[in-house]
Design a protein around this ligand. Sequence first.
Ligand code: SAH
Length: 372
Amino acid sequence: MVGERVNLLGLPRAQLEAFVAQRLGAKPFRARQLMKWIYRRGAADFSAMSDLAQDFRAQLREVAEITVPQIVTEQVSSDGTRKWMLRMDEVQGIETVYIPEPDRGTLCISSQVGCAMDCTFCATAQQGFNRNLSVAEIVGQVWLAQRELTETRAGGARAITNIVFMGMGEPLANYRNVVPAMRIFMDDLGYDLSRRRVTLSTSGLVPQIYKLAEECNVALAVSLHAPNDELRNELVPINRKHPIAELLPACWHYIDQQNGRSVTFEYVMLDGVNDKPEHARQLARLMQGRPAKLNLIPFNVFPGTRYRRSPAAVIARFRDILNDHGVIATTRKTRGDDIEAACGQLAGKVTDRTLVRLGAKLHSTPRTAVET
Ligand code: SAH
């Protein structure tokens, strides 16, 4: 067979059907069988797919593969949060975080190696932008997490009930690969999650929010972080291109297109910067009567940051002002900060030094490649 093998991981159903038809002369139901094996049963080896004919499996091995990223380290927080660092190349890695709660399990995934948005309070920004992740690398994070969780706990197949694009990178800047990945998350032969359980979080790429409203109806979270342009220009520089007066109408349009549901606005609480009562009142004016929820995130420190976390009492007061104005606001519980897995702490450098340091801190052993 000439040419490279096609990685089946991350191929949306229609493309997989076309692939089995064109390359293997097989019927569409073969594609459906393959999807069940790959996503439901976590298979990465065609030989294990026992309900496929021997010949078909042999053919598959020649033209296709199921390749997932390589786990470099796994860390487990005292609160049960897990963080995996996945190797993308010699120096760069990305991080994926699993956050268990009594009623759900949320997987926080990355969409890029690094990030170009340059938000001043985010650790990922410090490493700059390296590249977009492919669909296989995005879906591969879920595949790996599911495998790891299945190995370590009973009923692991249901361990992941929610997926959020709140890891490294700006998902709407990698629209081309993020949307097909989300389709697999929601496909009933994929991870079979309802659209409300898949959340895309963006720093506010307005044109792509409009595009997404037409094409994919997942839950939307927007990193607002400031109630006026002056402050938001400083904290979230993309605001200079797409100011609040453009961003919010895009959000309301998104909700209109989808019949209800609200946008979650993320607001990181930075001591003395954006946490004053006046800011809460400004914010309330922007949100009143709108399909909006505010999620206040206590700032998570990282090496080299100039910011500090707002005191708990200040956060509570801020939340109360919003609630008093009829705006729903909640405070996000900080999870996994002892392993630098909390919001904004993902940096993903796979330098030798990092490997040694992480290796020393590990609660469990580093994993090696999952080759197929
Ligand atoms: N690029 C996307 C998704 C990644 S970040 C976005 O901007 O929405 C997920 C959330 O964590 C965002 O709201 C982000 O602003 C927030 N965040 C970043 N750094 C943080 C930090 N140090 N402490 C708390 N939250 C942070």
